[in-house]
Write a protein that binds this ligand. Structure first.
Ligand SMILES: [Fe+2]
Ligand SMILES: [Fe+2]
Length: 279
């Protein structure tokens, strides 16, 4: 049994005006007796939502950061102020580089705050390989490169050793939870491609029954991303993973949402701040 709350997302909780929204993502869930957060959104707004939803941030046992982009780690300073004990699991690359986006007119710095990493070094567990967080929870890196990466990645760059280079999403960590005979996959931006991440999850866990994929797909609305590309992804999801529901939001653009909804029908839902899912 897994109870999952979308703590903050781009999509607003239209029925609850007290819950905040922003361009960012954070999930809260309990499994194996542990309270976990996966990402913290772009700012301290996640804490407002946690308080409103009766989630005690100070009692969180584990924080997992999906990758180094600020819309997922921006709430870290607030977290470190309110939670004094949780370990923070993150790729060893996430705080190492400067990240830039060229999506808008001028390049924008979307790096995580590396000063927090330096100041609270003893709180961090740096991931270099896949691991078990608890008996039913896997932290995994993408290992499948069969399917094309999201076109929207082309707007992203890293600065490494003083040199600007294309972004390679090797800082991404997905979270896979085993429930009975199936798995639920949590991902954030899915810069590695949703199909690659699901296939990696199946390979690593040895479980092909995918119950749900919950996360953004980075199929942002760009002129370059053809609707046909999204439709072919949706069809692979529908055929290859017949038990899977796709719950998405965050960096999934409205054109992609329409296509997923059309192809997957009742196996598709758009999430929002405050949404609760049970598996
Ligand atoms: Fe994101
Ligand atoms: Fe991202």
């Amino acid at each position: 049994m897994l109870d999952l709350t979308v703590l903050i997302d781009n999509n607003a909780a239209f029925l609850d005006k007290e819950l905040l929204t922003e361009h960012g993502l954070s999930f809260y869930f309990k499994v194996d007796g542990l309270a976990c957060l996966y990402d913290l959104g772009a700012s301290d707004k996640w804490l407002n939502n946690a308080n409103k939803l009766g989630i005690h941030a100070e009692e969180v046992d584990h924080l997992i950061l999906s990758h180094g982009h600020k819309d997922h780690t921006g709430g870290l300073s607030t977290f470190l102020q309110v939670n004094k004990s949780a370990k923070i699991f993150v790729s060893d690359k996430a705080f190492k580089y400067k990240y830039l986006t060229y999506r808008h007119e001028k390049p924008r710095d979307i790096s995580s705050d590396s000063s927090l990493f330096a100041k609270y070094a003893d709180r961090f567990v740096l991931l270099t390989e896949d691991c078990l967080l608890s008996p039913h929870v896997y932290l995994i890196h993408n290992r499948v490169f069969e399917h094309r990466l999201p076109v929207g990645n082309q707007f992203l760059r890293i600065v490494a050793d003083g040199q600007e280079k294309p972004y390679i999403p090797n800082d991404e960590v997905a979270l896979v939870i085993r429930i009975d005979d199936g798995i639920v996959i949590l991902s954030a931006c899915s810069h590695s491609g949703v199909l690659n991440i699901i296939q990696s999850s199946v390979e690593i866990t040895g479980c092909s029954k995918v119950l749900a994929f919950v996360g953004g797909t980075h199929l942002v609305d760009t002129d370059m991303e053809e609707k046909d590309d999204v439709a072919s992804i949706a069809r692979v999801l529908a055929d290859k993973y017949p038990e899977m529901c796709l719950y998405t939001g965050h960096c999934t653009g409205s054109a992609a949402v329409d296509v997923f909804s059309e192809v997957l029908q009742n196996r598709f839902a758009l999430f929002h701040s405050g949404m609760q899912l049970k598996f």
